[in-house]
Design a protein around this ligand. Structure first.
Ligand code: SF4
Length: 263
C-alpha cells in the first residue's frame, strides 16, 4: 500500500440501515396517505407531514464536502445516536463489531471525500499508549523520541516517519487527555488510532473536528501489546494532509536521534 492508497471503506451495513429505515418509513407513510379516504383529509395531511419529516431526517446523510464539514457536529451526534440505539440489536445478532466498523468506515468515507480535493493543513495524530510493548522501559509517554527503535512494536516504525515527515502527534494513556490535547492544538483534521469502542467515543466527544479513524489490531487482548497498520496511517496522511517540509528539503532541521539501548 503506498501513501495514496487507502483501504476500501466498507460502510454498506450502516448506510443501508441509516438511510433504509427512514426512507422505508417515508414510503409506507406516503402509501398510507394515498389510501386514506379523501373525506379524512386531515389524516392524509398528517401522514404526508410525517413522511416529509422522515425525508428531512435522512437528508444530512447526502451532504458532502464543505457542506458536510460545516454541519459535521450535529450530523455526527445524530449518526452516533443510531449506532448506540441499534447496538444492542447487532450485539444480539452477533454483529456488534461489524456495526461499529461500518459506522467508522462511513465516517472515514465522508472525511476522505471532504479532504481529498482540499487537504488539511493542521493535522494531529492521536495514538494509544498500548501500542508500546508492555515490557518496554522507554518513556515514550513523556517523550516519543525515547523509543530505541528496536522494531518490536509499531512505535519504532512510527517515530522515524514523524521525524522525517514533520507529523504532529500525541501518544496518551487516557482518552480524556487525548481529547484535551486535541482541543488545545485545534487541528483541522485528526487521524486517530484506537480500539473500536474508544474510536466511537472519540467521534462523539469531538464531533466538530473531522476525524479519520484507524482501528487497532488486538493480537493478544485489549490494551496489551496492540498494533496497527503503519502503512494505513501513511496512506491517510498522504491522502488527506498537505505535506510539510520533509527532511530531504530541510536536512538541517530534522536530526533523527538514535538512542542506544534495548526494549
Ligand atoms: S523501544 Fe522498541 S518496544 Fe520500546 S517503544 Fe520503541 S520500538 Fe517499541
Amino acid at each position: 500500500m503506498d501513501r495514496g492508497d487507502l483501504p476500501p471503506e466498507r460502510f454498506r451495513l450502516f448506510l443501508a440501515v441509516r438511510r433504509g429505515v427512514p426512507l422505508g418509513l417515508a414510503a409506507i407513510l406516503m402509501g398510507l396517505a394515498l389510501l386514506e379516504p379523501v373525506r379524512h383529509g386531515w389524516g392524509r395531511g398528517w401522514l404526508i407531514l410525517a413522511a416529509m419529516a422522515c425525508l428531512g431526517e435522512v437528508w444530512p446523510t447526502f451532504k458532502r464536502g464543505r457542506a458536510y464539514l460545516a454541519a459535521r457536529g450535529p450530523i455526527m451526534k445524530w449518526d452516533a445516536g443510531w449506532v448506540y440505539l441499534l447496538r444492542p440489536i447487532f450485539r444480539w445478532l452477533g454483529h456488534e463489531e461489524d456495526w461499529i466498523l461500518s459506522f467508522c468506515a462511513w465516517n472515514n468515507h465522508r472525511v476522505r471525500e471532504s479532504f481529498e480535493a482540499r487537504k488539511a493543513r493542521k493535522a494531529l495524530i492521536l495514538l494509544p499508549h498500548c501500542i508500546q510493548m508492555a515490557r518496554c522501559k522507554a518513556d515514550v509517554l513523556t517523550e516519543l523520541s525515547s523509543c530505541y527503535e528496536c522494531g518490536l512494536c509499531p512505535v519504532g516504525d512510527y517515530l522515524p516517519l514523524q521525524l522525517t515527515l514533520g507529523w504532529q502527534s500525541r501518544i496518551t494513556n487516557r482518552s480524556h487527555k487525548a481529547y484535551r490535547e486535541a482541543r488545545e492544538y485545534r487541528p483541522d483534521l485528526i487521524v486517530a488510532v484506537s480500539c473500536l469502542d474508544r474510536l466511537l467515543k472519540g467521534l462523539v466527544k469531538l464531533p466538530e473536528v473531522p476525524c479519520y479513524v484507524i482501528p487497532l489490531e488486538l493480537p493478544h487482548r485489549m490494551c496489551v501489546d496492540t498494533t496497527f497498520s503503519v502503512p494505513h496511517l501513511m496512506a491517510a496522511m498522504g491522502t488527506l494532509v498537505e505535506p510539510r517540509e520533509t527532511a530531504a528539503e530541510t536536512p538541517e532541521k530534522v536530526l533523527p536521534f538514535h538512542r542506544e539501548g534495548i526494549a
